[in-house]
Design a protein around this ligand. Sequence first.
Ligand SMILES: [Zn+2]
Length: 495
Amino acid sequence: MKKASGIPSVAFVILALLICTGFGSETRGVNNGQRYERLVVRNVLVIDGKGTPARGPVDVILQGNRIQSVRAARQEGDAYSEEPHVLDGTGLYLLPGLINLHAHIHDNRGGVPIPFEYLYKLWLACGITAIRDVGSNYEKTIGERKKSQDGAIAAPRIFLYMRAGGRTPEEARKSVQLIKKQGGDGVKIFGMDRDIMEAILDEAHRLELRVSHHVGVEETDARDDAAFGTTSIEHWYGVPDAALKGSQNFPSWYNYSDESDRFRYAGRLWREADPKKLEAVLESMVENGVHWCPTFVIYEANRDLLRAQNQPWFKDCLHPVLEKYFEPNPAHHGSYFWNWTTEDEVFWRENYKIWMKAVRAFSDMGGVVGCGEDAGYIYMLYGFSLIRELELHQEAGFHPIDVIQNATGNNARILGMEDRLGRIRQGYFADLILVDGNPLKNLKYLYPTGVEEMKEGQMVHRGGVQWTIKDGFVYHAPTLLEDVKKIVEGARSSE
Ligand SMILES: [Zn+2]
C-alpha cells in the first residue's frame, strides 16, 4: 500500500462517505489517496472509451496500478465478503479517466504564484486522470511529472510537450534534439515559418516524438501540417486559413499584436473559408493522420461574455490570483475583453456554427478528434472547462458515446498510449472514474457541482465524479473539491 501526500484525516473521509447516501453501501477499506494490491469495483455499469454504449453490471478487479479483469457482476451478497478493499459501484457509471489533451501546468498567473495543488485537485475532482502539458515551466513540470509517476502527489499523469523553434532549420533541429534529451514526451510548435517547421517535423519523426501545432496566423497552415506530418492541430486556426482565397479580409489598420482585435477578427474567419477548399483541407488532414484537438471551450467567452464571467463554481473555486488574471489587461494573454461588442458575439456565434460543422465533417471522414480545455485563460477554470468542452462536442453533433470516446480513447490514441490508456480493459492502467449518473443521458452529471433532479415530487441534488482512480490510487473526488475550496478560502483571506 502506497500513500500519496495531501490526504485529509481518515475521519473526514469517513464523514464524506457517509454524506454520499444512497450508494456505496458495500464500500469498505478504501481511503482517499491510497493504492491497493487488490481492489474490487463492484456492480457497476461501464461506458468504455471506444465508442460503445453502456454495459453491465460488471465487477472490475484492480491489481496495483492495472486492471486485472472485467467480468459479469457477482450478485450474491457475500461474493466479496473476504475482500478487504471494495468500492461499491451500485447505481454508478464507470468510465476511463478523462484525458485533458490541452493543458498548461501554470505555476503563476501574471507573475503571481498559484499552487500546483489547486490545479491538480480541480482536475482530479473533475475526473481528469491524465493531462498533456503543451507549455509551462518545463524544469518544474519535469519534476512534477516524476512526483506524479511515483504517486508522491495527488495529480493526474503528466505528458510533457516542449516547445521547439529556432531562427534557422539547423537551430530548429537542435531544439528538437534537446527536447528528446531532456525527456520531453513530445514537441509543441507555434508561429512557424515553413522551412523551420519542416526541419522540426523531420527531426521529430526521426526521434519518434509527436508534434502538436498551435497554428496561429502564420506562414504555415493545415496544408503544411498534412504535408509534414503533424500529430495534432490545437484549436482551429490554420484550418480555415488553408481554405481562404488569399489572406483573410483584415482591415488596413489591423495589428495582430493587439489581442482585442486579434480575437475580434478571428471571429470573422470561418465565414471566409471556401466550403470546397475546406473539404479538401479536411480530407488531406485525415489522409495524412493529422488529428484535431479543437478546444471549443477556450473561446466560448467570445460568443457569450456574460456566461463566461458568471460560472457558478467561481463562487467557491476561483482562486483570487486567477480571478485577477482574467480581468481585462493587455499584459495578460487572453484577457482582451475591452471594447467587446454585441456584434463581436454575433459573429462568434456564426463562427462556432461553421467551425463545429467542420470538426464534425472531419470526424465523419475518419479524422480523430481529441478533447482538451486550455484552462487558466479567458475565464476558463481548470477541470470544469473540460466538462464544458464535452458539452460543446455534443453541441457540435457528436453523440454522447462519441463525446466520451473523444475525451478518452481518442485522446489516448493521439498521445500514442492507446494500448495502455483510455479503455476499461484487462492489462490497461487503472485510470478510472465512478460517476453518480449516466453521462450519456446528461453530460452535466460530470460536473463536481452536480445537478438538481425531481424525484417523486422532491428536489434531489446528485451527480459529480465520486471516485477518481489514477494509476491505481483512489481519490474521493468530493473531498478533493473541498480541498480546493479551502485553498481558495485561504488565499482570499490572506489578501
Ligand atoms: Zn494552450
